[in-house]
Design a protein. Structure first.
Length: 297
Protein backbone atom coordinates (compact mmCIF):
# COMPACT_ATOMS: atom_id res chain seq x y z
CA UNK A 1 0.00 0.00 0.00
CA UNK A 2 2.99 2.33 0.44
CA UNK A 3 3.72 2.18 -3.31
CA UNK A 4 1.51 3.77 -5.94
CA UNK A 5 0.66 1.98 -9.18
CA UNK A 6 2.87 4.46 -11.03
CA UNK A 7 5.87 3.62 -8.80
CA UNK A 8 5.32 -0.11 -9.25
CA UNK A 9 5.23 0.38 -13.02
CA UNK A 10 8.35 2.56 -12.87
CA UNK A 11 10.23 -0.13 -10.93
CA UNK A 12 9.25 -3.00 -13.23
CA UNK A 13 12.11 -2.63 -15.73
CA UNK A 14 14.88 -2.06 -13.13
CA UNK A 15 13.78 -5.11 -11.15
CA UNK A 16 13.59 -7.30 -14.26
CA UNK A 17 17.08 -6.15 -15.28
CA UNK A 18 18.33 -6.80 -11.74
CA UNK A 19 16.83 -10.29 -11.66
CA UNK A 20 18.44 -11.16 -15.02
CA UNK A 21 21.79 -9.83 -13.82
CA UNK A 22 21.64 -11.91 -10.64
CA UNK A 23 20.62 -15.05 -12.52
CA UNK A 24 23.32 -14.63 -15.12
CA UNK A 25 26.07 -13.99 -12.56
CA UNK A 26 24.70 -16.28 -9.84
CA UNK A 27 24.49 -13.46 -7.31
CA UNK A 28 22.07 -13.11 -4.37
CA UNK A 29 18.95 -11.18 -5.36
CA UNK A 30 18.07 -9.75 -1.95
CA UNK A 31 21.51 -9.38 -0.29
CA UNK A 32 23.79 -7.71 -2.84
CA UNK A 33 27.31 -6.62 -2.02
CA UNK A 34 28.51 -3.12 -2.88
CA UNK A 35 30.69 -4.50 -5.68
CA UNK A 36 27.76 -6.48 -7.01
CA UNK A 37 25.52 -3.38 -7.00
CA UNK A 38 28.13 -1.14 -8.66
CA UNK A 39 28.79 -3.74 -11.38
CA UNK A 40 25.09 -3.78 -12.21
CA UNK A 41 24.74 0.02 -12.29
CA UNK A 42 27.87 0.37 -14.44
CA UNK A 43 26.49 -2.24 -16.84
CA UNK A 44 23.19 -0.36 -17.16
CA UNK A 45 24.82 3.06 -17.57
CA UNK A 46 24.89 2.96 -21.42
CA UNK A 47 21.15 2.17 -21.44
CA UNK A 48 20.00 5.11 -19.35
CA UNK A 49 19.56 8.69 -20.49
CA UNK A 50 19.74 10.60 -17.22
CA UNK A 51 20.57 10.50 -13.53
CA UNK A 52 16.87 10.11 -12.64
CA UNK A 53 16.77 6.76 -14.49
CA UNK A 54 19.79 5.55 -12.53
CA UNK A 55 18.27 6.77 -9.29
CA UNK A 56 15.10 4.80 -10.06
CA UNK A 57 17.22 1.66 -10.44
CA UNK A 58 18.97 2.32 -7.14
CA UNK A 59 15.65 2.88 -5.35
CA UNK A 60 14.06 -0.24 -6.86
CA UNK A 61 16.91 -2.50 -5.76
CA UNK A 62 17.04 -0.89 -2.31
CA UNK A 63 13.35 -1.63 -1.92
CA UNK A 64 13.87 -5.39 -2.11
CA UNK A 65 17.33 -5.62 -0.52
CA UNK A 66 17.74 -6.45 3.15
CA UNK A 67 20.84 -4.30 3.68
CA UNK A 68 19.80 -0.83 2.38
CA UNK A 69 22.42 -1.12 -0.33
CA UNK A 70 21.20 2.03 -2.08
CA UNK A 71 22.36 4.19 0.84
CA UNK A 72 25.91 2.82 0.95
CA UNK A 73 28.46 5.67 0.60
CA UNK A 74 30.12 4.07 -2.44
CA UNK A 75 26.79 3.62 -4.24
CA UNK A 76 25.77 7.18 -3.43
CA UNK A 77 29.13 8.46 -4.67
CA UNK A 78 28.76 6.50 -7.91
CA UNK A 79 25.31 8.02 -8.48
CA UNK A 80 26.62 11.50 -7.73
CA UNK A 81 29.25 11.01 -10.42
CA UNK A 82 26.59 9.97 -12.92
CA UNK A 83 24.56 13.06 -12.00
CA UNK A 84 27.51 15.20 -13.10
CA UNK A 85 27.96 13.23 -16.33
CA UNK A 86 24.24 13.11 -17.17
CA UNK A 87 22.53 16.00 -15.36
CA UNK A 88 18.73 16.30 -15.46
CA UNK A 89 17.60 18.40 -18.41
CA UNK A 90 14.24 19.95 -19.30
CA UNK A 91 12.34 18.06 -21.96
CA UNK A 92 11.75 21.19 -24.03
CA UNK A 93 14.04 24.15 -24.83
CA UNK A 94 10.99 26.21 -25.83
CA UNK A 95 7.24 25.76 -25.73
CA UNK A 96 4.30 26.55 -27.99
CA UNK A 97 2.25 29.70 -27.48
CA UNK A 98 -1.16 29.00 -25.89
CA UNK A 99 -2.74 32.13 -27.47
CA UNK A 100 -3.46 30.74 -30.98
CA UNK A 101 -4.58 27.43 -29.45
CA UNK A 102 -7.08 29.21 -27.21
CA UNK A 103 -8.25 31.28 -30.20
CA UNK A 104 -9.05 28.07 -32.09
CA UNK A 105 -10.80 26.57 -29.06
CA UNK A 106 -12.97 29.70 -28.91
CA UNK A 107 -14.32 28.85 -32.38
CA UNK A 108 -15.67 25.50 -31.14
CA UNK A 109 -19.02 26.96 -30.13
CA UNK A 110 -22.03 26.74 -29.72
CA UNK A 111 -22.09 23.22 -28.35
CA UNK A 112 -25.55 21.87 -29.21
CA UNK A 113 -24.61 21.01 -32.81
CA UNK A 114 -21.22 19.51 -31.97
CA UNK A 115 -20.36 15.87 -31.34
CA UNK A 116 -19.54 14.63 -27.85
CA UNK A 117 -16.01 13.80 -29.03
CA UNK A 118 -15.33 17.40 -30.10
CA UNK A 119 -16.80 18.82 -26.88
CA UNK A 120 -14.79 16.37 -24.76
CA UNK A 121 -11.51 17.25 -26.45
CA UNK A 122 -12.16 20.97 -26.03
CA UNK A 123 -13.01 20.49 -22.36
CA UNK A 124 -9.92 18.48 -21.43
CA UNK A 125 -7.58 20.84 -23.29
CA UNK A 126 -9.21 23.93 -21.81
CA UNK A 127 -8.99 22.39 -18.33
CA UNK A 128 -5.33 21.51 -18.86
CA UNK A 129 -4.44 25.01 -20.04
CA UNK A 130 -6.44 26.89 -17.43
CA UNK A 131 -5.38 24.80 -14.42
CA UNK A 132 -1.83 23.63 -15.18
CA UNK A 133 -2.75 20.20 -13.79
CA UNK A 134 -1.89 16.70 -15.04
CA UNK A 135 -4.18 14.35 -16.98
CA UNK A 136 -4.18 12.13 -13.88
CA UNK A 137 -5.93 14.91 -11.96
CA UNK A 138 -8.67 15.19 -14.58
CA UNK A 139 -9.27 11.43 -14.62
CA UNK A 140 -9.85 11.66 -10.85
CA UNK A 141 -12.60 14.31 -11.03
CA UNK A 142 -15.83 12.98 -9.49
CA UNK A 143 -19.31 14.42 -10.00
CA UNK A 144 -19.90 14.22 -6.26
CA UNK A 145 -16.91 16.53 -5.70
CA UNK A 146 -18.06 19.24 -8.14
CA UNK A 147 -19.78 22.37 -6.82
CA UNK A 148 -21.52 24.42 -9.53
CA UNK A 149 -22.84 27.87 -8.62
CA UNK A 150 -21.45 31.25 -9.55
CA UNK A 151 -18.06 29.55 -9.41
CA UNK A 152 -17.00 26.05 -10.32
CA UNK A 153 -15.14 24.29 -7.50
CA UNK A 154 -13.66 20.82 -8.03
CA UNK A 155 -12.15 18.86 -5.16
CA UNK A 156 -9.81 15.93 -5.81
CA UNK A 157 -9.93 13.58 -2.79
CA UNK A 158 -8.22 10.65 -4.54
CA UNK A 159 -4.49 10.05 -4.23
CA UNK A 160 -2.54 11.48 -7.17
CA UNK A 161 1.13 11.93 -8.04
CA UNK A 162 1.59 15.03 -5.87
CA UNK A 163 -0.26 13.61 -2.85
CA UNK A 164 1.85 13.46 0.30
CA UNK A 165 1.39 13.71 4.07
CA UNK A 166 0.83 17.33 5.04
CA UNK A 167 0.26 18.48 1.47
CA UNK A 168 -3.11 19.78 0.30
CA UNK A 169 -5.03 17.92 -2.40
CA UNK A 170 -5.79 19.86 -5.61
CA UNK A 171 -8.70 22.29 -5.48
CA UNK A 172 -9.66 23.65 -8.90
CA UNK A 173 -11.62 26.92 -8.95
CA UNK A 174 -13.03 28.65 -12.04
CA UNK A 175 -15.13 31.80 -12.29
CA UNK A 176 -17.82 32.20 -14.93
CA UNK A 177 -16.36 33.86 -18.02
CA UNK A 178 -19.48 35.88 -18.87
CA UNK A 179 -17.81 38.07 -21.48
CA UNK A 180 -16.46 35.04 -23.37
CA UNK A 181 -18.98 32.23 -22.99
CA UNK A 182 -17.17 30.26 -25.70
CA UNK A 183 -14.19 29.95 -23.32
CA UNK A 184 -16.13 29.58 -20.07
CA UNK A 185 -15.13 26.32 -18.38
CA UNK A 186 -18.12 26.51 -16.03
CA UNK A 187 -20.51 26.67 -18.99
CA UNK A 188 -18.68 23.89 -20.82
CA UNK A 189 -18.69 21.51 -17.85
CA UNK A 190 -22.40 22.17 -17.31
CA UNK A 191 -23.04 21.25 -20.93
CA UNK A 192 -20.80 18.16 -20.73
CA UNK A 193 -22.55 16.87 -17.60
CA UNK A 194 -25.96 17.41 -19.18
CA UNK A 195 -24.84 15.82 -22.46
CA UNK A 196 -23.53 12.68 -20.77
CA UNK A 197 -26.17 12.17 -18.06
CA UNK A 198 -28.18 9.65 -20.12
CA UNK A 199 -25.05 7.80 -21.26
CA UNK A 200 -23.34 7.53 -17.90
CA UNK A 201 -23.78 4.26 -15.93
CA UNK A 202 -25.69 4.82 -12.69
CA UNK A 203 -22.71 3.67 -10.64
CA UNK A 204 -20.18 5.94 -12.42
CA UNK A 205 -19.25 8.98 -10.33
CA UNK A 206 -16.32 10.09 -12.49
CA UNK A 207 -16.77 13.14 -14.71
CA UNK A 208 -15.08 11.86 -17.84
CA UNK A 209 -16.47 8.79 -19.59
CA UNK A 210 -15.53 6.97 -22.78
CA UNK A 211 -16.97 8.09 -26.11
CA UNK A 212 -18.52 4.72 -26.92
CA UNK A 213 -20.34 1.96 -25.06
CA UNK A 214 -20.21 1.01 -22.24
CA UNK A 215 -19.40 4.71 -21.49
CA UNK A 216 -17.27 3.87 -18.47
CA UNK A 217 -14.77 6.06 -16.61
CA UNK A 218 -11.57 6.69 -18.54
CA UNK A 219 -7.93 6.52 -17.50
CA UNK A 220 -5.37 9.31 -17.48
CA UNK A 221 -3.85 7.75 -20.62
CA UNK A 222 -7.12 8.25 -22.49
CA UNK A 223 -7.35 11.86 -21.35
CA UNK A 224 -3.74 12.43 -22.45
CA UNK A 225 -4.64 11.03 -25.86
CA UNK A 226 -7.63 13.38 -26.10
CA UNK A 227 -5.46 16.36 -25.14
CA UNK A 228 -2.82 15.43 -27.70
CA UNK A 229 -5.45 15.04 -30.43
CA UNK A 230 -6.95 18.43 -29.51
CA UNK A 231 -3.50 20.03 -29.64
CA UNK A 232 -2.92 18.57 -33.10
CA UNK A 233 -6.28 19.92 -34.29
CA UNK A 234 -5.24 23.34 -32.96
CA UNK A 235 -2.00 23.33 -34.95
CA UNK A 236 0.53 22.22 -32.32
CA UNK A 237 3.30 19.90 -33.54
CA UNK A 238 2.45 16.77 -31.54
CA UNK A 239 5.45 14.93 -32.98
CA UNK A 240 7.50 17.29 -30.80
CA UNK A 241 5.11 18.14 -27.95
CA UNK A 242 3.19 15.71 -25.75
CA UNK A 243 -0.10 16.20 -23.90
CA UNK A 244 1.94 17.00 -20.79
CA UNK A 245 3.38 20.05 -22.57
CA UNK A 246 0.18 21.92 -21.63
CA UNK A 247 1.70 22.26 -18.14
CA UNK A 248 4.80 23.89 -19.59
CA UNK A 249 2.76 26.16 -21.87
CA UNK A 250 0.23 27.31 -19.29
CA UNK A 251 2.67 27.91 -16.44
CA UNK A 252 5.16 29.67 -18.73
CA UNK A 253 2.36 31.86 -20.09
CA UNK A 254 1.20 32.71 -16.57
CA UNK A 255 4.75 33.66 -15.55
CA UNK A 256 5.11 35.79 -18.67
CA UNK A 257 1.92 37.66 -17.77
CA UNK A 258 3.19 38.42 -14.28
CA UNK A 259 1.32 35.83 -12.20
CA UNK A 260 3.06 35.34 -8.85
CA UNK A 261 5.35 32.31 -8.71
CA UNK A 262 3.66 31.06 -5.54
CA UNK A 263 0.27 31.08 -7.29
CA UNK A 264 1.68 29.23 -10.30
CA UNK A 265 3.14 26.56 -8.02
CA UNK A 266 -0.12 26.13 -6.12
CA UNK A 267 -2.17 25.97 -9.30
CA UNK A 268 0.09 23.34 -10.86
CA UNK A 269 0.38 21.27 -7.68
CA UNK A 270 3.99 21.97 -6.76
CA UNK A 271 5.07 22.58 -3.17
CA UNK A 272 6.28 26.01 -2.10
CA UNK A 273 9.86 24.74 -1.91
CA UNK A 274 9.73 23.00 -5.29
CA UNK A 275 12.31 24.07 -7.88
CA UNK A 276 10.62 22.06 -10.66
CA UNK A 277 9.03 25.09 -12.34
CA UNK A 278 12.23 27.12 -12.50
CA UNK A 279 14.34 24.19 -13.69
CA UNK A 280 12.08 22.31 -16.07
CA UNK A 281 8.80 24.10 -16.84
CA UNK A 282 9.48 27.81 -17.33
CA UNK A 283 10.35 27.73 -21.04
CA UNK A 284 10.54 30.57 -23.59
CA UNK A 285 7.25 30.74 -25.53
CA UNK A 286 7.34 30.65 -29.32
CA UNK A 287 5.74 33.97 -30.46
CA UNK A 288 5.93 35.20 -27.43
CA UNK A 289 -5.62 37.94 -9.71
CA UNK A 290 -6.36 34.40 -11.15
CA UNK A 291 -4.29 31.71 -12.86
CA UNK A 292 -6.96 30.64 -15.38
CA UNK A 293 -7.83 34.25 -16.32
CA UNK A 294 -4.17 34.97 -17.04
CA UNK A 295 -4.10 32.05 -19.47
CA UNK A 296 -7.44 32.62 -21.21
CA UNK A 297 -7.37 36.41 -21.44
Amino acid sequence: ASLSEATIKQYSYPLRAWWNFCQRNQKPLFSPSVTHMLDFLAQELPNISSFSSLNTMRSAISLISDNEIGNHPMVRRFCKGVAMLKPPRPRYDFIWDPAPVIAKLALIFPYDSLSLAVITRKLVLLLALSSGQRAQTFSSIRLSQISLNEKLIIRIPDRIKTSAPGRYQPLLCFSRFASHENLCIVRLIEHYIDRTKNLRPLTCDFLFISLSKPFKAVTSQTISRWIKQALKECGVNTAMFSAHSTRHASTSRAAERGVALDLIKRAAGWSGESQVFAKFYNRPIINPNDFSEAILS
